[in-house]
Design a protein around this ligand. Structure first.
Ligand SMILES: [Zn+2]
Ligand SMILES: [Zn+2]
Length: 376
């Protein structure tokens, strides 16, 4: 079959910026060196422009995981254009197709099923889906956002102004425009390119699948560190409307911290979270599936399987009761004090359920660990 035509402009951009980053930047570093202000600006702009993609293009516009004030949206739109990843409208349209048809090689624009190279960068080097290039019918909501449409219409000028203008002004202030353009302009661009491309490539190849194995997305702490928190991609693909990717407080997700930080100063609102109960049930479902497979190789498989399923059912039941009571209690807390006796009783029951659930969780963990060691 004939390959789609090469996109020469895209190839030229990747090759030229890549060569500048690996050849010219080290030469400049050797001959003239970079001062601390240039290095600090480069790091700051890596984070700034990278997070305009993850917090803006991705979580705000593609997934509508929260809402943001107009000023924040303008900054995210300009910073996103600084990464040279096309307009918000185009990016979000591709990304929504990626989620809806993930791993379907003919539809998913950067399907990981077509290998590392294709999902990382190859998909942008040829005109693979020409018929979709100006079809934004899956982003009608975004077409109502004047900032999205402004950025789409003036994308080239905004992109050029952000990439050349910002580093040039900072370089002029620092007394060396060329050095700043090389480091905070081109080198920064290449770094952000590949860090964000890893989310389509490595985050679908390398890591664990705690929530679902119905698609190739993975959770990976190391990758999360390099992708502004987007490395918790297995969670993201199953609960895509959650503004967090790393749901534990300690999981490195600076994008989540940025969104919630802006919430505390009143610049973002309606941060969406998937209910804890659904997240936990998804994880337990995967554990059951894995343990069921392990049991198959044991001699007394049937007996163990029965026990495993009984413990699973019990855990799910306890979880359902606990979360229902928790919800009831929260609703009651909002009401007046007259029914304080009911509230006390409910609180007591809640505590009991919490303890029961903790014990059952422990038991579940033990049985799964035992099966893991028995099968290894
Ligand atoms: Zn996504
Ligand atoms: Zn993905």
């Amino acid at each position: 079959m004939k390959k789609p035509r090469l996109l020469l402009l895209n190839i030229a951009v990747f090759v030229i910026t890549g060569l500048i980053a690996i050849l010219l930047v080290p030469i400049e570093a050797y001959l003239h060196g970079f001062d601390w202000f240039e290095i600090a600006t480069c790091i700051t702009l890596v984070y700034f422009s990278g997070m305009c993609i993850t917090a803006g293009y991705h979580r705000l516009w593609s997934h509508k995981a929260y809402e943001a004030n107009g000023i924040v949206r303008i900054i995210l739109a300009i910073g996103g254009a600084m990464t040279l990843q096309n307009s918000i409208l185009h990016w979000a349209s591709d990304h929504r197709v990626h989620h809806k048809h993930v791993d379907q090689n003919d539809i998913d624009p950067y399907s990981a099923g077509k290998g590392f190279w294709f999902s990382h960068i190859g998909w942008m080097l040829r005109e693979y889906q020409a018929h979709r290039y100006s079809d934004y019918s899956n982003c009608r909501d975004l077409q109502k956002d004047p900032i999205v449409m402004w950025q789409h219409k003036h994308y080239i000028s905004i992109m050029l102004a952000a990439n050349f203008g910002i580093p040039s002004i900072l370089g002029w202030l620092n007394g060396d425009i060329w050095g700043m353009l090389l480091l905070a302009g081109v080198f920064r661009l290449v770094v952000v390119h590949h860090l964000t491309f890893f989310i389509n490539s490595l985050a679908h190849i390398w890591g664990r699948q705690p929530y679902t194995d119905k698609n190739s997305a993975r959770d990976n702490d190391i990758l999360a560190f390099f992708t502004f928190g987007e490395g918790y991609h297995n969670f993201h693909h199953i609960f895509e409307y959650d503004y967090r990717n790393g749901i534990k407080w300690w999981q490195f997700d600076p994008t989540k911290w940025l969104i919630s930080g802006l919430y505390y100063v009143g610049l973002t609102k309606n941060l969406r979270r998937c209910p804890e109960e659904r997240i936990e049930k998804a994880r337990i479902g995967m554990q059951l599936q894995r343990s069921t497979l392990r049991v198959a190789s044991l001699s007394n498989a049937e007996e163990i399987l029965q026990k495993l399923h009984a413990e699973y059912e019990l855990l799910i039941q306890r979880m359902t009761d606990y979360y229902a009571t928790k919800k009831h209690l929260m609703e009651m807390r909002k009401q007046d004090f007259k029914r304080s006796y009911d509230k006390l009783e409910l609180h007591h029951r809640y505590k009991e359920l919490k303890l029961g659930l903790a014990l059952q969780r422990e038991k579940w963990l033990q049985i799964n660990q035992m099966l893991y060691s028995a099968a290894h």
